[in-house]
Design a protein around this ligand. Structure first.
Ligand SMILES: NC(=O)c1ccc[n+]([C@@H]2O[C@H](COP(=O)([O-])OP(=O)(O)OC[C@H]3O[C@@H](n4cnc5c(N)ncnc54)[C@H](OP(=O)(O)O)[C@@H]3O)[C@@H](O)[C@H]2O)c1
Length: 348
């Protein structure tokens, strides 16, 4: 009996040490509600992921963590403050994260977002149009700051929308993205001053995808193995998009006509969470980078989103706007492909 008990305990110690060595942190922005919350809940069920809810509201994040812990008592979940309407907050985020001494970063899901449906543009404390900063510029800066902290096997996922592609949706044809100077989109000046709310949103998502593909190219050129992909959930009417609507409107937004008008397919928060979690954890996506997924299907994103010249322009103009120097070696500290890192195979 004593031997069995000792053996079991030492096996438990070894598996505990293995778990500690293979633990990764995944950061999910806007994880207190909707698809972000469903994804955080899903990933919290994996013992080797520490899930960080990067949210602007501490009490909403705390409620979300309580709900996750009710489901998975052993879940490793934390809150880190991030307000994408403030570039100062974005700049502070890596320091907040470092102070928590969490396992190395193995995943970043850039999920926070949504349109600002006010007809006139509104501006953040940085002087930038809100939907553009929330859906694109804030995440662009955050990714540039965090990429150097990531483990070699990390996966970055940018959440986009079917609306980035005017050929994929009817709404995209009416209020599709409009490519132009980043500064005009950010300040709602020039041609961007006339854009309707959904066109602003679609353009922010288009720029997100362009810079995701540009980051992928830069990582490959520099010999890094961190992967970068874009993903759209389809139409998920139960999130902020559909909350508080009357039953008639709810029926309308789940109808085939509306789904075809706004996007590719109808989904749920749980299905969307499974799809995006899969991109993070499934071995079948190991090494897959620079791709676009609509739900669980890999498809081609819009022709414009894949234009490397436009993407480079957006990248360089955005760097200037958020104050990242082009000389700044933002990828210098990510571990190169050849460099060993802790994995299940190297663990004791
Ligand atoms: N639902 C759909 O049909 C659909 C379709 C295509 C794409 N998407 C994309 O999917 C993602 C998730 O959307 P959702 O539908 O799940 O919407 P949601 O339920 O409204 O969630 C949006 C999240 O973003 C957060 N957020 C908003 N402003 C923020 C800020 N300034 N700083 C930090 N976080 C902020 C919200 O936090 P607060 O609670 O504090 O506001 C919330 O946690 C978005 O990128 C959206 O564009 C959704």
């Amino acid at each position: 009996m004593v031997f069995v008990a000792e053996g079991t305990s030492s096996q438990q110690d070894v598996s505990q040490r293995n778990l500690e060595r293979t633990m990764r942190t995944v950061i999910i922005t806007g994880a207190n509600s909707g698809i972000g919350f469903a994804t955080a809940s899903q990933l919290a069920g994996f013992p080797n992921w520490h899930v960080v809810l990067a949210c602007r509201d501490a009490s909403k994040a705390s409620s979300a963590i309580s709900a996750i812990k009710e489901k998975y008592q052993e879940a490793r979940v934390s809150f880190a403050h991030l307000d994408l309407f403030s570039l100062a907050s974005v700049r502070l985020f890596p320091k907040i994260l470092a102070a928590k001494r969490l396992p190395c970063v193995g995943g970043l899901i850039l999920n926070a977002g949504g349109p600002n449906i006010k007809s006139s543009p509104e501006f953040t404390e940085d002087g930038f149009e809100k939907a553009f900063q929330l859906n694109f510029l804030g995440h662009f800066l955050l990714t540039n700051l965090l990429i150097r902290e990531m483990n070699a096997d990390a996966r970055v996922i940018f959440v986009s929308s079917d609306l980035h592609d005017p050929d994929a949706t009817r709404m995209g044809k009416i209020m599709g993205p409009k490519f132009g100077p980043v500064e005009d989109l950010a300040r709602a000046t020039g041609n961007a001053s006339k854009l309707k709310p959904l066109a602003r949103y679609a353009t922010a998502k288009l720029y997100t995808m362009m810079t995701a593909y540009e980051l992928d190219r830069r990582l490959r050129q520099a010999g890094h193995s961190v992967t970068v992909n874009c993903w759209s959930p389809g139409v998920v009417p139960t999130t902020a998009a559909g909350r508080g609507m009357n039953p008639l409107m709810k029926r309308l937004i789940t109808s085939n006509w509306f789904v075809n008008f706004m996007g590719s397919h109808l989904s749920t928060e749980e299905k969307a969470a499974r799809d995006v979690s899969d991109l993070l954890v499934s071995p079948k996506y190991s090494g897959v980078s620079g791709k676009y997924f609509d739900g669980s299907q890999q498809i081609a994103s819009s022709v414009e989103s894949r234009d490397p010249i436009k993407a480079q322009t957006v990248w360089e103009q955005s760097q200037r706007l958020v104050g990242i120097s082009p000389e700044e070696p933002s990828l210098a500290r990510t571990r190169a492909i050849s460099e060993p890192h802790t994995s299940a195979s190297t663990a004791e």
